[in-house]
Design a protein around this ligand. Structure first.
Ligand SMILES: Cc1cc2nc3c(=O)[nH]c(=O)nc-3n(C[C@H](O)[C@H](O)[C@H](O)COP(=O)(O)OP(=O)(O)OC[C@H]3O[C@@H](n4cnc5c(N)ncnc54)[C@H](O)[C@@H]3O)c2cc1C
Length: 389
């Protein structure tokens, strides 16, 4: 049986970053990942899974020596965010300049970020990677947890952290209840070349057919996330590239001119998940294992990275104890994360409901609301700074 301080199950963006955060403080970490990131089929192809990463998280990833491993040519600064309601005068604009910030967010490809983090894990002392491995069993004892891998290997640690995504195995084995709400929607993603430059602007349209977001990619390129009812999502997936371009141009009112597909559409079912607890004795959850939200605010990965930052800080900070699975310590992490998680869940869920309601008075209210917020400079600055964490 190999002994560690912490076992991290899942090295997606959140699990990998967390493990690096611990390793920096000389904590001995085992990372179990059944599907380590691979190089793309053709080098230079753009990943359809694209994230907005907050400046605070980008800074943390840089302290982990991971952010700078990504090519600067594949990163884009979001300097302005324009949000449109489904009827006039609904419009809201956030500007980094007005909020006194260099950027509102960065846009990065999921695959590039995962590869950067994985290379940092490979280079880190104190990290042992179990790539291609999967957990088969777990036994919780008073002073440690013991994990058996499918290949028969055995690991023990003071703490097991579930960073294994929305269907978390650790969550299930720790007996933490989860409630799931299916939005009945698909998140359709695709990348396009655009006739006009985006100028660092990210767009979002709340339309009668769902929420369409344009995230700027380097050059004259953009990545879309279009959250639509399932039937419409399946139609979009079946379209020819020309039909898809025409549909996206129509919904975006040709904001960036003519489009050409550069990465074909893919889709993800959208659901909301809330867990009863983030911690149990010798177990903690972070990332999508701990919460799953609608992608309309582009906050899923950011929320997960803030979990990872907080848990790493609690386990390694001043006052941290030698037993990093100490329940009092884990409860401190849970309390610290409660407000941020609840606020993001409430906002994304509330916006989803507000813009999917067919009631005329709600339609007036939501569009009027955008315009009112747009007129409030200090409120906008506060919102932009909060999202930057
Ligand atoms: C359409 C769409 C668009 C999105 N856009 C954005 C955006 O713009 N910005 C943003 O912040 N978020 C966005 N999100 C959310 C984001 O994708 C997730 O929040 C994020 O991927 C969660 O990261 P994670 O590391 O917690 O989980 P995951 O990425 O799911 O990683 C989990 C890891 O665990 C591994 N694993 C699985 N099972 C096991 C097991 N049994 N044992 C060990 N390991 C296991 C997996 O192989 C994987 O590597 C979007 C989501 C969707 C659906």
């Amino acid at each position: 049986m190999q002994a560690f301080d912490v076992i991290v199950s899942g090295a997606g963006i959140v699990g990998a970053a967390f493990a690096l955060g611990l390793a920096r403080a000389n904590v001995r970490v085992a990372v179990i990942e059944p599907q380590p990131p691979r190089a793309p089929a053709s080098e230079g192809a753009w990943d359809t899974r694209v994230y907005t990463v907050s400046p605070g998280n980008a800074e943390w990833l840089a302290t982990l020596q991971a952010w700078q491993r990504m090519s600067a040519e594949r990163l884009t600064r979001v300097e302005t965010m324009q949000i449109y309601g489904d009827r006039a005068p609904g419009r809201l604009e956030f500007s980094a300049y007005e909020a006194g910030m260099r950027e509102l967010a960065w846009v990065a490809e999921s695959r590039e970020l995962q590869r950067a983090l994985w290379h940092s894990l490979e280079a880190a002392s104190h990290v042992t990677l179990f790539a291609g491995a999967r957990c088969a069993d777990i036994a919780w004892a008073r002073n440690e947890a013991q994990v058996t891998l499918e290949n028969g290997g055995g690991l023990s640690a003071r703490l097991v952290v579930g960073a294994d995504g929305a269907d978390s195995w650790v969550r299930q084995r720790a007996g933490i209840d989860v409630t799931t709400h299916d939005y009945g929607q698909l998140g359709v993603v695709a990348n396009f070349e655009t006739e006009r430059g985006h100028g660092g602007v990210a767009y979002q349209w709340f339309t009668g057919e769902g929420v369409l977001a344009f995230l700027p990619l380097p050059g004259n390129r953009t990545s879309i996330v279009w959250s639509v009812p399932e039937a419409h999502g399946r139609e979009l997936l079946a379209y020819t590239p020309e039909q898809l371009c025409a549909e996206v141009e129509r919904a975006s009112e040709s904001a960036l001119g003519a489009l050409r597909v550069i990465t074909p559409a893919a889709a993800f079912p959208l659901k909301r998940q809330r867990v009863a607890r983030l911690v149990e004795p010798r177990a903690a959850l972070i990332g999508d294992a701990a919460h799953n939200i609608h992608p309309l605010a582009g906050q899923g990965v950011n929320l997960g990275l803030r979990d990872a930052r907080e848990l790493a800080a609690v386990l390694t900070g001043r006052g941290a104890q030698r037993d990093c699975g100490d329940y009092a310590l884990l409860r401190r992490f849970e309390r610290a994360r409660r407000e941020d998680i609840a606020a993001v869940e409430l906002t994304t869920d509330g916006l989803e409901k507000l813009f999917n309601s067919p009631a005329v008075w709600i339609a007036r209210l939501r569009n009027f609301g955008l315009t009112i917020v747009d007129a409030q400079g200090p409120l906008k600055t506060a919102l932009a700074r909060r999202a930057a964490a």
